[in-house]
Write a protein of this length. Structure first.
Length: 249
């Protein structure tokens, strides 16, 4: 009798909702061991100061759903209205969704991009092509990548970054628990990819599935090449990659 492969999901609580149930429904053994959690910034002063000056920004650009959620909640808590003419930009549908509670229209880059393209660089390219105004407000986390602000600044735009949440990385013991006994491990963060590569030996590693190109690049740099990379950071695309690996085993 064949034993179902064991899949460990290391993504943060609330991320990719429904993925574990979808995989279990297909007969896979799934363990949920989050290696990354999130908390508020140590100080809200800079965030609140920027929001109270929201009218000074020509555009708002966001690259993560969590930053978008936190930004929107803070704007509402401070009872600040979005200025007429200010444009909102997001890397994808999940990030755009909370922003639409403030802005009826949120601009998202074309979905025709390949898996090798960085979401931040795609967003930056779309903003520059649209000749977005300056300055730009960039709500983000403390461990974000710099492609978007760097691209905009290189084009002469002023960018103000505000850290809306902090990423809290698990310890090595928890990381070992995630890889031990697993056939497939899903990783959704460059920091988690580096953590797992540091605690596991190359000969004993399970197949690694990266949620996107940024995480895949971090895994390769740490010496653990992914067995698969999801085409999009969404449940159907991630599930498809995991199913394919499970069938191969």
């Amino acid at each position: 009798m064949r034993v179902a492969p064991t899949v460990t999901l290391t993504t943060a609580p609330g991320s990719l909702a429904g993925l574990a149930d979808a995989l279990r429904a297909e007969g896979l053994s799934v363990r949920e061991i989050p290696l990354l959690s999130f908390g508020p910034p140590a100080d809200w002063t800079a965030v609140d100061a920027a929001i109270l000056r929201l009218a000074a920004f020509a555009a708002v650009a966001v690259t993560s759903p969590r930053a978008a959620d936190t930004f929107v909640e803070r704007v509402n808590a401070l009872r600040v209205s979005t200025p007429v003419g200010q444009t909102a930009w997001a890397t994808g549908a999940a990030t755009a969704r909370p922003l639409r509670r403030l802005y009826g229209d949120v601009r998202v880059p074309s979905s025709l991009a390949t898996v090798d393209a960085s979401a931040g660089s795609l967003l930056g390219g779309a903003m520059l092509a649209a000749q977005v105004g300056s300055p730009v407000l960039f709500p983000c986390g403390d461990a974000r990548r710099d492609e978007l602000p760097a691209m905009l600044r290189a084009a002469g735009l002023a960018v103000e970054e505000i850290v809306c949440y902090r990423s809290l990385l698990a310890g090595e013991d928890r990381a070992l628990e995630a890889v031990n006994g697993a056939d497939i491990v899903l990783v959704g963060s460059p920091r988690v990819a580096s953590l797992l590569a540091g605690v596991s030996r190359p000969g004993d590693r399970p197949a690694l599935v990266a949620i996107g190109p940024t995480t895949a690049a971090a895994a390769r740099a740490a010496g653990w090449a992914p067995a698969a990379v999801a085409k999009h950071p969404a449940v159907p695309a991630v599930a498809e990659r995991i199913r394919a690996l499970a069938r191969a085993r």
